[in-house]
Design a protein around this ligand. Structure first.
Ligand code: FE
Ligand code: FE
Ligand code: MG
Length: 172
């Protein structure tokens, strides 16, 4: 544990910070797996574009999990050591893909990103002026989650436009 490093944290319990980060850590692993499996099972129109985006997002979520785990260790904590704990700590849960159509998959993922954005905005608020290192880290992650939501929404809108143009051209 970084003794001098952690002495700069003011006005926030380190244990509280660690539990908050462990909840986000659980979210990131679940988000990683959700994207991973979605990319494997997704079906339908423009699916190649969707698969590339989901695969990139999976890599980002794994990178977020890595950043958070490293910060937890720096703070003297232990990142969750068993996957079953992910479900006891998660804020955003896990949307099991049941309908594999691109639109349903995108909707599930957009929901997840919106939850991640709310979660990280709270952590940003809580750590502001209290723990500059965690604050900077979660601000960067938050920016990624905003980008994720936008990417998925844009794909979702493109698919809708494509379908409605097709219907128009076929007069249906
Ligand atoms: Fe993430
Ligand atoms: Fe994300
Ligand atoms: Mg993206």
């Amino acid at each position: 544990m970084a003794k001098r490093g952690n002495s700069i944290i003011k006005g926030i319990e380190i244990n509280e910070l660690i539990s908050m980060l462990n909840r986000a850590y659980a979210d990131e692993w679940l988000a990683y797996y959700q994207y991973f499996i979605e990319a494997k099972v997704v079906k339908g129109i423009m699916k190649d574009a969707v698969i590339s985006e989901l695969t990139l997002h999976a890599a980002d979520e794994l990178r977020h999990a890595t950043l958070i785990a490293d910060r937890i260790v720096q703070l003297g904590g232990i990142p969750l050591t068993h996957p079953k704990e992910w479900f006891n700590h998660t804020n955003c849960g896990y949307e099991e893909p049941k309908d594999f159509d691109v639109v349903a998959i995108l909707n599930d993922s957009i929901k997840g990103e919106q939850c991640a954005i709310s979660t990280y905005s709270k952590i940003v608020e809580i750590t502001k002026d209290k723990d500059i290192i965690t604050y900077n880290m979660v601000s960067t992650i938050l920016a990624d989650e905003v980008e994720h939501e936008e990417d998925l929404q844009a794909l979702h809108d493109d698919i809708f436009d494509f379908i409605s143009n097709l219907k128009k051209s076929m007069n249906i």
